[in-house]
Design a protein around this ligand. Sequence first.
Ligand SMILES: *Cc1c(COP(=O)(O)O)cnc(C)c1O
Length: 456
Amino acid sequence: MSTDSDDLVRRSLAHVWHPCTQMKDHEWLPLVPVERAEGAWLYGPNGERYLDAVSSWWTNIFGHRHPHIVERLKTQLDTLDHAMLAGFTHPPVVELSERLAAITPGGLSRCMYADNGSSAIEVALKMSHHYWVNSGQPQRTRFIALSGSYHGETMGALAVSSTGLYRDAYKALLMEPIVVQAPDCGVMDPGTRAPGVSWEDHARRTFKEMEAALEAHAHETAAVIVEPMLQCAGGMRMWPPIYLKLLREACDRHGVHLIADEIATGFCRTGKLFACEWADIEPDFLCLSKGLTGGTLPLAVCMTNEQVYRAFYDDYSSGKAFLHSHSYTGNPLTCTAALATLDILEERDWPAHVRKLGQHLWNQVSELTRHPHVADVRQQGFVLAIDLAADGPGRVPYPAGERRGLRVYQHGLSQGALLRPLGNTVYFMPPYCVTEEEIDWMAGVAIEGIQRATAG
Ligand SMILES: *Cc1c(COP(=O)(O)O)cnc(C)c1O
């Protein structure tokens, strides 16, 4: 590394508190400087480059600095930077809301904007409860969430997440959701699928727990919240659409809202524009972020239907208004980045392309299903996850403290690939602009990394 990049790293460690990091790790784990990016690649100051195999935390769906997004943003910068949205409106937010209403499932016609995924979840939780307050059922204060779920890290979103890693330290501060066993079709954790049982059978069986929870708690429950088909941060846990279909029916039967957190799954990641489409269902609330701006700017939206909207629509004196705001709500620049992203989405049949890339990736790594230290290889669209285990076939996990996944990360970086495993789960979630050659190369690096990380 040149002195310049050494200097940048030193200054970063002096003042930047990096996210999701034990900062002491950086005494031995080098921080990676990035200077520019293009397409699927990130570039360091000395010509180093890294294939962004995780789309920079799942945001960058079309590659970095996509020319169309860059161009629209530049034009918007010369027109309107920001204006508050209370009492005012502007073309980008209006056009975006119209277009989102047109492409999302069913009658989701109302858009409330936030600037990150967690905040959109806060909106959904508050709006759902407030709907019940306005409808004469204020006792509906609880939420049902799935085990292994992750909905963000602000207090409400964290409360309905059940991944211990992120939640445990703050447990004393959080409301308690009703946690139901997820239909997790992996094979590693207790309650997950037994080998030989089909995904659909496993999902149907697990659904009995959800049905029981709804029966016991519907009267005090505002909503069930799920990440349709793919629980990302919880370890790339996957489940089939049938569960979502059963859940929609059950929520209707019990009169409980359904919140679909498609912050990570939205915009073709699962091989359909939205994961809800696989089950042909419409949630009461749909949360979107991450891919919404093609990975350029922070923007999130919570969408809902006319029925919910109507419960808040009344004379001022009724006190029923939804009083939630963020300073940058509906910022014109971020909305423009989202509009450019929707333009790109219209350019071709991305869902088909994503499924094709996913199939190609599967072919490249399927040999790992026979690896002695691999317990499971699973896939949903263009997300593929591999669980490392001390004894793969016996499903005996590696102790978390051995940090085997981190070794894969380090190997990836040494070869020029950004793979950032979640604990013992190595996964790929690349931008849709990667070529088949890049996929082959990236898969090779990961397989080599897994060999090394599991040897001895
Ligand atoms: C990333 C994520 C969030 C939180 O979004 P942030 O923008 O990081 O706050 C919520 N839900 C899911 C499913 C996510 O993947």
